[in-house]
Design a binder for this molecule. Structure first.
Ligand SMILES: [Zn+2]
Length: 390
């Protein structure tokens, strides 16, 4: 028995030595997650884009099984937790295991290695996917607790929405003030985010700017409208705050990501870990809106191509692109007898929910070869950690 213990410790030591060298193999990590971006979504882009897409430039492609701990079909909370922490949990749980214990994400690990960290999303900063990287709660609905945990996350750069979770809260706490006390610049409009020279800032932009689509005729939803009002309310009491909006629709994610990369790359010997979520693909899947899904995938592709340009000029960078799950059971529908290039693409959906179908993984740059083949969702953060640990 005693001998067995000695052997297992020796094996453990050998594992640590081989999996974590003193010199990390990868300096920077960009982890791009398309929420609900299954094969149907990717295909809808490939068939409607004349230019080669960013997906076609991937030298390495894999597949991952998206299951949660309690279901074949994951939600974005358990899916995000698996992709962030390497542990499967119950649907609805964010950054916590099925017993409710907080897990350590690969973003947190990157911080312990001295890397800078960033989060860019086109949804609220407190939404399940980004929250899986810094929070630990047993329900994705605990957005006010998640926002508090965000203020303790020590993430260097964050850009997203969700002002109502930071200001005008039911408990009256002003977490924008908490962030400022902790040394952050806090910006509520695009111009400030795009023009900042700060190395540590949080951009909490109205969702209206993040989601706006021409097909909505520029109208905001009720929740988006409420955020615009909150920003205006803050502007009224603080002359440094202005409530101007993004002038050009459908450029948000690409520009916000480029800004985060610029800031995280600045004077940075230890490298960075940047997670980006394109959240709205999931919404179009839920709504069975094929036209919207194609528009969203085109925006995703613009962001992806910018990321690939970055990796090409910074070869010590790893870019991993994947989804937390598939949404909509999306397929390309039989479109009569027309040749492939005639007539609009028709997508057919089999559900308004998520499916448990495997999703693709695309990898570029340093260490990309590790992401080939069939894996579990939980393998991805473990592989990333093995490449950056020191
Ligand atoms: Zn969903």
């Amino acid at each position: 028995m005693k001998v067995n213990h000695v052997i297992s410790y020796a094996l453990l030591a050998a594992f640590c030595l081989t999996s974590c060298k003193n010199e990390p193999q990868v300096k920077n990590v960009i982890y791009l997650i398309g929420d609900g971006m299954g094969f149907g979504a990717v295909t809808s882009l490939l068939l409607t884009e004349d230019e080669p897409t960013g997906f076609e430039q991937a030298p390495v492609i894999g597949l991952h099984e998206t299951c949660s701990a309690d279901n074949y079909v994951t939600d974005s909370a358990a899916g995000g937790t698996a992709l962030a922490t390497g542990t499967r949990t119950n649907n609805g749980y964010v950054g916590a295991d099925p017993e409710g214990n907080q897990l350590t994400s690969v973003l947190r690990k990157a911080q312990t290695y001295g890397m800078k960290t960033g989060i860019v999303v086109n949804t609220t900063l407190t939404e399940a996917t980004p929250a899986s990287f810094y929070a630990g709660v047993t329900s994705r609905k605990m957005v006010y607790d998640i926002a508090k945990q965000f203020t303790e996350s020590e993430v260097d750069v964050a850009i997203g929405g969700g002002l109502g979770h930071f200001f005008g809260r039911p408990d009256s706490l002003d977490l924008t003030a908490t962030l400022i006390e902790k040394g952050y610049e806090v910006y509520l409009n695009w111009e400030s985010v795009l023009n900042t020279e700060s190395d540590k800032f949080v951009g909490i932009l109205p969702l209206y700017d993040l989601h706006r689509r021409e097909k909505n005729h520029g109208r905001a939803s009720a929740a988006e409208g409420q955020e615009v009002c909150l920003a205006a309310q803050m502007a009224a009491i603080n002359e440094d705050v202005d409530a101007t909006h993004l002038s050009e629709p459908t450029v948000y994610l690409e520009k916000a990501t480029a800004k985060a990369l610029e800031v995280l790359s600045r004077d940075n010997k230890e490298g960075f870990f940047l997670m980006i979520e394109s959240a709205i693909i999931d919404g179009y899947g839920h709504n069975n809106d094929g036209e919207g899904m194609v528009i969203e995938m085109k925006e995703f592709n613009c962001t992806l191509r910018k990321m690939i340009e970055y990796v090409d000029t910074h070869p010590e960078t790893l870019l991993v692109v994947t989804a937390d799950h598939e949404t909509g059971g999306t397929g390309v529908y039989y479109n009569g007898h027309k040749p492939a290039n005639e007539g609009p693409l028709r997508l057919k959906f089999s559900t308004s929910g998520h499916t448990g179908t495997v999703v693709p993984v695309f990898a570029y740059g340093a260490g990309a070869e590790n992401f080939a083949g069939v894996m579990k969702n939980t393998d991805i953060p473990k592989k990333i950690d093995a490449l950056i640990c020191r």
